[in-house]
Design a protein around this ligand. Structure first.
Ligand code: FRU
Length: 533
């Protein structure tokens, strides 16, 4: 129950118990969404990995099924690691995944449904030809750095293409394989892309996005043409963050040329890893799934009997600037909203703290917008600084010029505990620079938790636009979207006082300048039906 499990989430994806990591092989089949995930059936730390399986009609409520892919043949006897689904012509799904073989080598395997008339796709058969791709003396591929096949895409030449994450020394690589029949795969002469000093590329993802298209519209993975740009996402093992590059895919040469040479943009500036997208042909959008690890100690994970959740699936598309992606929680999550609280426009003076009453603050969805005034009061930033470090130095308690202003979530009555999600505006090189922070440093009296603050700059000019923040609060997870999805920060927190009905929510301004709240809408969130919970 929630009294002895205050950190279990009410509307985020998790199994009833044990360890989970990466989302695997998401797909939509016969109107149902399928999600598989890396799962340890035996405990709450990583190990014994199988593909657990759930299905959903709405990406919010999930029905648990038996594990779909588990060690059963030499090519996966030591583990069934991450992979992706591809829809073959005629609507036949197949899965490529990494198996760990008897020598602990990473190899790529194929599985397909036993019975295509079962919308639940309960049973999966493995190809007798597995493994289909393997490290050999000839290809010189490192057998411990060769994993996580992407969804495949088909070129105009009729060949399927798939990427496998890899590294050579410290060069991260997306190795490309091609096949006519999905069974016989040949390594291309060069990787689709690689970058010096980036380490192992886990869970690559490669997909087209509409250039200058309407918001929230996605493309099927094989779509290409002049109206399209491509995104390569890699999960950097060394940094434990998901980075993406926007660029041009030359299908005739099979090379990807990113606009930036090094990965700098992140999907999420908090805790977020091993994500992957699918094209959702039901709603014509691209949907992003991702894993959020715990920030508690392994001992605490063992005590509570579980570890890991997934974020709310996000719609993802290219911003009209062409410079970054936008992410927004899928609209279906709004079906859980109840008991709306709306504030009339009001001034939030420097030093003011206002409680948001009338909602279940431990399980809520909050949208707040600010109009900034008095730009002459902005703190001057002389030298460029890492935004996360800035958030660490200038937490919610450090008074500023314009800001910090934002939300205090999962706050205890006396504010001994709270997580602050906020903005601070700097004057940098004669422009307004917006910093967004998620400050966990006071989130819990239990100092065993990792309470590192997170931060990023947001590409919004508060002179011309309001500054918006949406935060999804769910017991131990705080998922925040700044600038209408331009910047995402997900954090895990474990309050000891601000649990269940004791949690409170505030709007605050700890700057000297007042700001105007142009919108505050908050909802309590109903519990979703997630895997029998
Ligand atoms: C990423 C990852 C993948 C691997 C899987 C193993 O979190 O390390 O590279 O396939 O998890 O569980």
């Amino acid at each position: 129950s929630s009294s002895n499990q205050p950190y279990r989430t009410a509307y985020h994806f998790q199994p009833p118990k044990n360890w989970i990591n990466d989302p695997n092989g998401p797909m939509r089949y016969k109107g149902l969404y399928h999600l598989f995930y890396q799962y340890n059936p035996k405990g709450s730390v990583w190990g014994n990995i199988v593909w657990a399986h759930s299905v959903s009609k709405d990406l919010v409520n999930w029905i648990p099924l038996d594990a779909a892919i588990f060690p059963s043949q030499p090519s996966d006897i030591n583990g069934c690691w991450s992979g992706s689904a591809t829809m073959l012509p005629g609507g036949k799904p197949v899965i490529l995944y990494t198996g760990i073989d008897p020598n602990n080598h990473q190899v790529q395997n194929l599985a397909f449904p036993k019975n295509l008339s079962d919308p639940f796709l309960r049973e999966w058969i493995k190809s007798p030809k597995n493994p289909l791709m393997a490290p050999t003396v000839a290809n010189k591929i490192n057998s411990t750095s060769f994993r996580d096949p992407t969804t495949a895409w088909k070129g105009k030449d009729g060949y399927w293409r798939v990427l496998i994450g890899n590294k050579v020394n410290s060069v991260g690589r997306a190795v490309l394989y091609k096949s006519k029949d999905f069974v016989n795969w040949v390594e291309a002469k060069q990787p689709l892309h690689s970058a010096q000093g980036t380490g192992m590329w886990e869970c690559p993802d490669f997909f087209p996005v509409l250039n200058n298209g309407p918001i929230n519209v996605g493309l099927d993975t094989s779509v290409d043409g002049d109206h399209v740009r491509h995104v390569l996402k890699v999960s950097l093992d060394d940094k434990k963050h998901d980075y993406y590059l926007i660029g041009t895919y030359d299908a005739s040469q099979d090379v990807f040329t990113p606009d930036n040479s090094q990965p700098v943009l992140r999907y999420d500036y908090g805790k977020y890893y091993a994500s992957k997208t699918i094209f959702d042909d039901g709603k014509n959008r691209r949907v992003l799934f991702g894993w959020v690890n715990e920030s508690s100690s392994q001992n605490d994970d063992i005590k509570k009997g579980w570890s890991g959740i997934h974020t709310i699936p996000r719609s993802i598309w290219l911003h009209k600037s062409g410079k970054q992606l936008i992410q927004w929680p899928v609209q279906e999550i709004e079906n859980l909203r109840v008991n709306p609280v709306n504030w009339p426009t009001r001034l939030l003076k420097g030093g003011e703290l206002l409680q948001v009453n009338g909602i279940t603050a431990v399980q809520a969805d909050v949208e707040i917008s600010f109009q900034v005034r008095e730009f002459q009061k902005a703190e001057v930033l002389k030298n460029w600084a890492d935004p996360q470090i800035l958030c660490g130095m200038k937490g919610a308690g450090v008074k500023g010029g314009i800001g910090p202003f934002g939300l205090l979530v999962l706050a205890s009555k006396d504010l001994q505990e709270s997580t602050a999600v906020f903005f601070r505006i700097f004057r940098y090189q004669n422009k307004n620079l917006v910093l967004m922070c998620s400050d966990q440093s006071r989130s819990s009296l239990n100092k065993e938790n990792d309470m590192t603050p997170f931060g990023t700059f947001v590409d919004v000019d508060p002179l011309h636009e309001n500054l918006s923040l949406r935060t999804l609060i769910d017991h131990s997870v705080v998922e925040s979207f700044g600038g209408e999805g331009k910047a995402c920060i997900t954090s895990r927190v474990y309050p000891t006082l601000a649990i269940n009905e004791k949690a409170q929510l505030y709007a605050f301004n700890n700057g000297t300048s007042s700001v105007r709240i142009t919108r505050l809408s908050a909802w309590s969130m109903k519990k979703a039906n997630i895997n029998g919970n």
